[in-house]
Design a protein around this ligand. Structure first.
Ligand code: DHB
Ligand code: FE
Length: 283
């Protein structure tokens, strides 16, 4: 049986890719942000996951408005990084863990999730930046030290799935990982959020107190967020703040057993976004 070591939930912002490419880690604007990832990297050096299930949202690169699945799962042996229009260099292409992908596809369908299975997929900053932040040596070496299974939740074209449904998706992902006949170590990554709005009258909107409450709730009260409808979440966190649904699904993966918070970090703003990081370990 595969072993789930825990989860890392992180914001993604394309500007981080530019800062990495220009080695701005010590720059006063960036230092407080990048320093937040040291503890997560230390933990990864000790725990050494083999495979990452990365719950993320696409931003119009792989799926556009003409076809928009609510949930999709990658089942490719390599994921194509591509120019998505933010001027950030394309990062190393991650290898897929095809065997776990199919285990997840089969389990999710068994659990009544109607998913789209992608045997080819483009991945954007939501997948590549967490890899680059957590394993910076991978970009230099030309290969990430983990294989991935990308799980995508639509937060681009309304309607979006509810927080409760995303949590249940996470529970089903757990069932899939635990029924995978393999002894590899699996890390769950959530990539999205926290509060941010990129356009319109409320562009730049950030809600620190709500973000903080949400991050705190993840430890002992993981379904706290499900009291809110998606309209309420957009009101509370901004039009793109709804990306926090990725964190909800990732927390669902750790549902059954108690978790321990190893690290959290919150920094406002990077570009338009309140950036958060939470590392949870299975107790
Ligand atoms: C920004 C944040 C995002 O989540 C994103 O996908 C694109 C841009 C930003 O704050 O600039
Ligand atoms: Fe985003």
């Amino acid at each position: 049986m595969a072993h789930i070591i825990g989860s890392i939930s992180t914001s993604h912002v394309p500007a981080i890719g530019g800062a990495l490419a220009r080695q701005k880690q010590e720059d006063p604007y960036w230092k407080p942000f990048f320093d937040g990832y040291d503890k997560a990297r230390e933990w990864l050096a000790q725990t050494r996951p083999d495979v990452v299930v990365i719950v993320h949202n696409d931003h119009g690169l792989n799926f556009f408005l003409d076809k928009m699945p609510t949930f999709s799962v990658g089942a490719a042996d390599v994921y194509q990084t591509a120019d998505e229009g933010w001027g950030i260099p394309a990062l190393v292409q991650p290898k897929g863990c095809v065997d776990l992908s199919w285990q997840i596809v089969e389990t999710l369908v068994e659990d009544d999730f109607d998913i789209t299975t992608c045997q080819e997929a483009l991945i954007d900053h939501a997948v590549s930046l967490p890899l680059a932040l957590l394993w910076p040596e991978g970009q230099a070496a030309g290969a990430w030290p983990v294989e991935i299974v990308p799980v995508c939740i639509n937060t681009v074209l309304a309607p979006y799935p509810s927080a409760a449904r995303c949590y249940r998706l996470g529970q089903s992902l757990r069932r899939a990982i635990e029924s995978w006949d393999d002894d590899r170590r699996v890390l769950v990554i959530a990539s999205g959020g926290l509060s941010h709005q990129l356009d319109g009258e409320r562009a730049g909107f950030i809600n620190r107190s709500f973000d903080q409450q949400f991050m705190d709730s993840l430890v002992d009260d993981p379904t706290w967020i499900t009291q809110y409808t998606n309209d309420e979440l957009v009101e509370l966190t901004g039009t793109q703040g709804i990306e926090l649904l990725m964190w909800v699904a990732a927390r669902g993966v750790l549902d059954d057993t108690p978790v321990r918070k190893l690290h959290s970090h919150y920094h406002v703003p990077i570009s338009n976004t309140a950036t958060g990081l939470v590392v949870l370990e299975q107790a």
